[in-house]
Design a protein around this ligand. Sequence first.
Ligand SMILES: [Zn+2]
Length: 429
Amino acid sequence: MAYRLLIHSAKQVVFVAKNGEKVLVGDGQKVAIMESEGIDGISIVIDKEGNIKEIGEDTEMQKKYSPEEFDQTIDATGLCILPGLVDGHTHPVWDGDRVHEFAMKLAGATYMDVHKAGGGINFTVERTKAATEEQLFTSFRERLDRMLAAGTTLVECKSGYGLNLETELKMLRVIERAKHDLPIDVSSTYCGAHSVPKGYTASEATDDIINVQIPHLKALIDGGELSVDNIDVFCEKGVFDVDQSRKILVAGKKIGLNINFHGEELNLLNSAQMGAEIGAMAISHLEEVSDDGIDAMAKAGCVATILPTTAYILRLKQPPVRKMIERGVPVALGTDFNPNAFCLSLPLVMHLACVNLHMTMDEALIGATLNAAASLGKATTHGSIEVGKVGDFVILDAPRWEHLIYQMAGHDHIIKYVVKNGKIVKERK
Ligand SMILES: [Zn+2]
């Protein structure tokens, strides 16, 4: 066959961007849309490599292509087509859920209360250390499959429940396997500085990461055994301070990793300015970010990866997203899937972003597509429906795309197909 997939007769195609924009910023963001009103419908052609070859009116495309040239065809009559969603921040490799802590939190315990009671990250670290690589891969695969069903076709995945070389590498190998074996694109992040391991000071842990873990990682990357994309640190009072975080992030950047870290979540430390200074591609959380931090990020073009589930579950202050958008920071979204925030669904995250953070539906979709791709350095290939980009789509059985956000937690019904690289990977029967 000459081509992989033909989608035809679509009612609405949401390109998100259509002029090659790498991010969308500022007030009044609008997604680019093509409507079928007044024409037969809209077609999209995916080439043999799984990339978008052409988009146009059905009648025009019928003149150029014949249906026999395609491996697969989707009749999208009455359906809306969106780019595959991009999840900018997840912690999906771990063993042992923390459902027991949910009751404590509902009763008013804070993140740090739970941490001190032996819960939180340390609990997950113990369980993840004890799990085999196979056990971790099995649960990870199931989680990725559920994300895919919710429309995610590119996801950032962090290590960070090992905190020592052996377990961090085990997690990164699990993520690496998913990159090769599963129909979802993965951007992998080394997050060895997610927490200070028991028996260490933050300063000792910083030295171990810089002098032992990162050099080992570099050897594996150079040898072609691992392909790590980003480096992350939990920069927080009582965890890694701004100076320690800077040293770790810069060491990661030196071996070719993109800087993408947790900052300004529980306390204002001015880590946003530090991130802007060292060329961070993205900073996550930012509940406590200052005006100066916002301006520094806007000037540097640093993406704010906003995680509406965390503030919701921990009942934290909401990050000042409107201010970020007004001042020109590119805003991306992530589920922050982890044992604390068990959310695999970007449509639900977009809903929370609209209701709790006052984003418009257009801004939320841009945050869960193009801007999240930009936070991972993937905006040239992912995040919008444009010729040359990957053929990743979410196809909705709804008269307008906004139903994906409006019908709260309804994605399992609304999403009719998920397409990855021009192949149907999920289909609602
Ligand atoms: Zn996180």
